[in-house]
Design a protein around this ligand. Structure first.
Ligand code: FPP
Length: 238
């Protein structure tokens, strides 16, 4: 049993790039989707741990704008996995008082995935536990582009002048303006890049990299990432 992290200086918001599902599966002679399925089981475990430990937000990079370019079978398989996950996990999510939020260009999702997502968000909206944020059809550049379009609309409508535009104007036009920036950003499977994830919000996030592929990323790995974060001194450029 992994002991919980020390209660002091816990990250309020953890964001995870769940990488290495494909490699994990290929190394075992399994189809790539098997790695995604195993990853989804892991996500359940991570979310439970976050709830128990008092983490307020867990954002996961479930599907990027670039992932639409993967082969059709994998894209369809991932959409089905996410839809089935939300339907089969609803009881568990409710029991753990999880709230669900989503960010990304959700209009591109297949109709049934979008409907399931929106129904699940509604059903969990009054919960007060950890918020699970699914980044779906998400790209940081795309999110900033969509924010810029909204702002341009406000300027065109005479509600805002270019001179009045501040960083806060951009923040409040992003997908989830009420969610605080991530404190800790974890990437699994040894890669050390941001891959278009939370470009605006991750400015001052603390990074943690691990060689473990996401399907192997356990509660103990998460506790180690949090302990590493707790030992750091954040300066925010000051
Ligand atoms: C990256 O690994 C992972 C993804 C593109 C998908 C992540 C999705 C899940 C873990 C499914 C669970 C999500 C929900 C919402 C149920 P990769 O396929 O790029 O791995 P590779 O680099 O080894 O090929």
């Amino acid at each position: 049993m992994t002991p919980p992290p020390a209660p002091e200086n816990l990250p309020a918001h953890i964001a995870v790039i769940m990488d290495g599902n494909g490699r994990w599966a290929t190394a075992r002679g399994l189809p790539r989707l098997a790695g995604h399925y195993r990853g989804a089981e892991n996500l359940r475990e991570m979310l439970t741990a976050c709830g128990e430990w008092g983490i307020r937000y867990l954002t996961v990079y479930a599907f990027s704008t670039e992932n639409w370019r993967r082969d059709r079978q994998e894209v369809d398989g991932l959409m089905t996995l996410m839809t089935d996950y939300l339907q089969s996990e609803i009881g568990n999510l409710q029991k753990n008082r999880v709230r669900l939020l989503a960010m990304g260009d959700l209009a591109r999702l297949p109709e049934n995935a979008r409907a399931t997502l929106s129904a699940t968000i509604d059903r969990l909206q009054y919960n007060d536990g950890c918020a699970l944020i699914l980044a779906l059809s998400y790209g940081g550049r795309d999110e900033i582009k969509r924010a810029a379009q909204k702002i341009a609309g406000e300027v065109a409508a005479g509600k805002l002048t270019a001179a009045d535009l501040t960083e806060a104007t951009i923040s409040r036009n992003l997908d989830l303006p009420d969610v605080p920036d991530p404190d800790l950003l974890i990437r699994t499977a040894g890669e050390k890049r941001l891959s278009n994830f939370l470009l605006w919000q991750a400015s001052y996030a603390e990074w943690y990299f691990t060689e473990a592929c996401f399907p192997d990323f356990s509660r103990a790995h998460l506790a180690a990432a949090i302990a590493d974060y707790q030992a750091r001194k954040r300066k925010f450029g000051g």
